[in-house]
Design a protein around this ligand. Structure first.
Ligand code: CA
Length: 333
């Protein structure tokens, strides 16, 4: 009798906790809504704002060290053109891969700018503090140390950037990143790590050839972004999603792929992915770049109540954390 009671209350407990399992807040490039993206300072701020995971986009330096940068190019987030004016390639761009780690460390990092040098998000950070590029290992060590100090388990969410391009330069970025994860004993299915990539051939390679054990997330772009040779239209079909489910634990779709804002209609993507057991972590919630006609609350209601996503990439960790912490936000979940 006692055991039956205990068992049924445990069952209720586990069902309840499943039903209210909180979605993950993934700090997109750290707290990039407030400080220059991917700096250690932006990671610390995201950590203190209550992120569950902190993202690191990864590219390689000339001496094959993974550094935390969103692009293979440097000029939109650093002062490279002032420090090394002669080091551009024929296309006029400065590539992280052409600089040693020591050289990259001499650059100042600033808010993202466009081709004309204007800040992409005008209202964001405008100070002149000397922020630096940091390595993947520095970010891992920082987060591990903070976890130790605060007795937390905040995770890492690295992205392997442009693997085919790196291969053309003669470097295997996936193998290098995987080795670092293994060095820190993080290449396992139960570590607090998701590895993401836009290139589906590379996601398959990570799992099947390189033997990655860590959780993988397949990012989904639009074909006309030329992000990789992957056919994203095919990948979004249920047949494509089935292929993803063979190697990955989740998908990272662009928000408009989940919801057609003009028709005010949910697409088939989230339902199809859920049926296959894939987690859904869309990108990117920004309070200064909301979907047309929606405000902060309606956008977050759409993501968490209508689509019931499992997590979201955001430049504004604090906004999503306070939404999810508000009792009313979860009342009809
Ligand atoms: Ca990313």
């Amino acid at each position: 009798m006692c055991f039956r009671l205990l068992f049924s209350s445990l069952l209720v407990l586990s069902i309840t906790s499943m039903a209210i399992a909180k979605p993950l807040v993934i700090a997109h490039r750290g707290a990039s809504g407030y400080l220059p993206e991917h700096t250690l300072e932006a990671a610390i701020l995201a950590y203190s704002q209550g992120a569950d995971f902190i993202e690191q986009d990864l590219v390689l330096s000339k001496d094959l060290v993974p550094v935390v940068l969103h692009d293979i190019h440097l000029e939109s987030v650093t002062n490279v053109e002032q420090i090394f004016p002669d080091r551009k390639r024929q296309d006029g761009r400065y590539y992280a891969f052409d600089f040693t780690l020591k050289e990259l460390m001499t650059l100042n990092k600033h808010e993202r700018t466009d081709a004309k040098g204007n800040q992409v998000f005008a209202s964001r950070y405008q100070g002149q503090s000397p922020f630096r590029i940091a390595t993947f290992e520095q970010h891992i060590q920082l987060i591990q140390q903070l976890n130790k100090q605060f007795n937390q388990k905040i995770g890492l969410y690295p992205e392997i950037k442009s693997p085919a391009w790196h291969r053309q330069q003669g470097a295997d970025i996936s193998a290098i990143v995987l080795n670092i994860l293994r060095k820190y004993d993080l290449d396992s299915s139960d570590s607090q790590v998701y590895v993401q990539c836009f290139d589906f051939a590379e996601t398959q390679r990570l799992r099947n050839e390189l033997g990655a054990k860590v959780k993988l997330v397949q990012l989904i772009a639009e074909n006309d972004w030329n992000e990789s040779t992957t056919d994203y239209n095919e990948l979004k079909t249920s047949a494509g999603l089935k292929k993803i489910a063979l190697v990955a634990q989740g998908i990272g779709p662009w928000m408009p792929q989940l919801f057609d804002i003009k028709k005010m209609k949910v697409t088939s993507l989230s339902g199809d992915a859920k049926r296959l057991g894939l987690h859904i972590h869309p990108y990117t919630f920004r309070k200064d770049q909301l979907p047309e006609g929606l405000d902060v609350k309606t956008t977050l209601d759409l993501l968490f109540k209508e689509l019931e996503v499992d997590g979201v990439f955001t430049d504004f960790t604090d906004v999503v954390v306070s939404y999810l912490d508000a009792p009313l936000a979860n009342s009809n979940r």
